[in-house]
Design a protein around this ligand. Structure first.
Ligand code: PLP
Ligand code: COI
Length: 343
């Protein structure tokens, strides 16, 4: 199979229309059998639930070409599970996890020419999305939905690739206690757009949100979890019920502990500990972000500078990055079940 003629190394994190996408519709209490289609557009009623009451959830995972030429996905079972959780929280009918994985296989296979070659630094981003197509005017869940998966080849999420970024502590909240911060719902991202535009206008790459209740503890950014390395070399990451349970973070914690023998702690992290200089390296982690190093966190004019500096990722995060991406691309053996081959 011949790959598309793209300049893989210079791709950003952008959408481009690829050949096929998977679509299944929910009606009369059941999902239909689903199909691959070339149509990248959707026709909706003006009264579709998604347009009014924001019943929309999504996922993000990646497909890679391994050194020996196989096409693989990273832990799609966890995306399938998380999407079920997201759907339930918004009173949407979950798309069955086994069908989710099969649909990922079908779409990636049908777009294999778009999976970036090994070593290009790019990957195929897979975006499952589900939304209410049924008509609602009073506030209630819709009774019809669409589940769709499309793919697009992507490069690094942040400009400059693995260069440390400068972020700010936001004045806005992302997620309320007992709210929807722990699911992947579009509404969480809508909330983050105004603060994101402000952050960008001020020259920052992203926002770090604090816990909405006390505004003293680290939560996450608009699109990634946070990992920190303390002076003893321990990996410390925020524990909170209002952040997204990142699959990348769960994988990093496992690799840190089991493969690299590091100490790992998930706990509440007061921002004061960062001002005290307890952490020498910091990073954002997620499917899109992979591990993106933090250079500086600006907390209302006070700069928290990581000792790893502004030139490159610190040594501990680099080791985690090399191990994780090595596993994702098949160069390093991953724990059983993590690498899902597309045949
Ligand atoms: N947090 C938020 C808000 C995200 O949007 C993402 C991206 O999916 C993550 C964390 C990272 O999650 P994952 O590693 O599962 O991609
Ligand atoms: C992902 O990492 O898959 C996300 O959905 C985050 C978003 C910022 C693109």
């Amino acid at each position: 199979m011949e790959k598309k003629d793209l300049d893989w190394g210079s791709l950003g994190f952008e959408y481009r229309v690829t050949d096929k996408r998977y679509v299944s519709n929910y009606k009369d209490g059941a999902w239909d059998e689903g199909t691959l289609t070339s149509d990248d557009t959707i026709t909706l009623s003006e009264d579709a639930g998604v347009l009014h009451y924001s019943q929309a959830v999504f996922e993000g995972l990646k497909a890679y070409t391994t050194q020996d030429g196989r096409t693989v996905c990273f832990r799609p079972d966890l995306n399938a599970e998380r999407m079920v959780d997201s759907a339930k929280r918004l009173e949407m009918p979950p798309f069955p996890a086994d069908r989710f994985i099969k649909a990922v296989e079908e779409v990636v296979k049908a777009n294999e020419a778009w999976v970036p070659p090994f070593g290009s630094g790019a990957s195929l981003y897979v975006r499952p999305v589900m939304f209410a197509t049924g008509k609602v005017i009073g506030v209630k869940p819709a009774d019809e939905y669409q589940f769709r998966i499309f793919v697009t080849p992507v490069g690094p999420y942040f400009k400059g690739g693995a260069k440390p970024i400068v972020v700010k502590i936001s004045d806005f909240d992302r997620a309320a206690p007992h709210g929807t911060g722990n699911i992947k719902a579009g509404l969480n991202y809508a909330m983050s757009l105004h603060p994101l535009v402000i952050a960008h206008d001020e020259g920052f790459a992203e926002n770090i949100f604090l816990d909405a209740k006390t505004r003293t503890k680290l939560e996450e950014t608009g699109g990634a979890n946070i990992i920190l390395i303390d002076r003893e070399g321990t990996l410390v990451t925020p524990k909170s019920d209002s952040i997204l349970p990142s699959i990348t973070k769960r994988s990093i914690l496992y690799v840190a502990q089991e493969t690299l023998g590091m100490k790992v702690v998930e706990r509440e992290i007061p921002i004061s500990e960062l001002h005290e200089g307890k952490f020498v390296e910091g990073g954002l982690c997620g499917t899109a972000a992979v591990i993106s190093p933090l250079g500086i966190i600006n907390d209302h004019g006070k700069e928290i500078k990581f000792e790893s500096g502004m030139e490159k990722m610190g040594p501990v995060l680099q080791k985690l990055y090399d191990t994780l991406t090595g596993m994702q691309s098949g160069a390093i053996e991953a724990p059983a079940g993590w690498i899902h081959e597309i045949k």
